[in-house]
Design a protein around this ligand. Structure first.
Ligand code: ZN
Length: 190
């Protein structure tokens, strides 16, 4: 459940498709682009707007791969809004309502909702969030203290990045969020 959640904060952070895309790029490459195949750090434009092609080995990487947004026909901003609404309410939002609010057909809403649910279920089983890599990603929400790190504010994340060996990014997982304050978002965007 979102407590003290402000939709205004969400709207401020994600104003257009570019904002959403930039957010995903930063999830995938927090330190800047790095090719998954060669590790090279320069890229050129890829096949589509959501691809980045390595300048060295020419590997064309899909930024949306392994995210719930992969293959979604609707604009990213709409998908973000839908995800926000789906994670804000644990249950009780019909896809008719959802489609109406975001401005897509009910079928589109239904498909996306199913995808989100599927992914959240998988994440629970995979326990990506339980490993050290995800912990690192949550850094902004933690403070150091005796006995390790503690959660300063009850913050949760929207997207958790799975780190593989050699700094590669694996699955981008979804997590339920309790708080969508600007400060929470900033720690992911920085
Ligand atoms: Zn490469």
């Amino acid at each position: 459940m979102f407590k003290g959640l402000s939709i205004l904060e969400f709207n401020k952070q994600f104003k257009d498709n570019d904002d959403c895309f930039t957010y995903l790029v930063k999830q995938k490459w927090p330190e800047g682009f790095k090719c998954s195949r060669s590790g090279f750090e320069q890229h050129v434009k890829g096949r589509t707007w959501h691809h980045r092609r390595c300048k060295k080995c020419k590997y064309d990487e899909n930024v949306l791969a392994n995210t719930v947004f992969h293959g979604t026909k609707m604009p990213l901003l709409k998908a973000f809004h839908m995800l926000y609404r789906l994670t804000a309410k644990k249950k009780g939002m019909s896809t008719i309502e959802l489609g109406y609010e975001v401005g897509v057909q009910q079928k589109t809403a239904w498909l996306f909702k199913r995808k989100v649910q599927q992914m959240m279920k998988e994440d629970k089983e995979d326990k990506i969030g339980g490993n050290a890599d995800a912990d690192e990603f949550l850094q902004g929400g933690y403070k150091s203290g005796k006995g390790g790190r503690s959660l300063e504010n009850k913050e949760a994340v929207l997207i958790v990045r799975e780190k593989l060996g050699d700094d590669r990014t694996g699955k981008i997982a979804l997590r339920h969020i309790d708080n969508f304050a600007a400060s929470t978002l900033q720690c992911h965007l920085l």
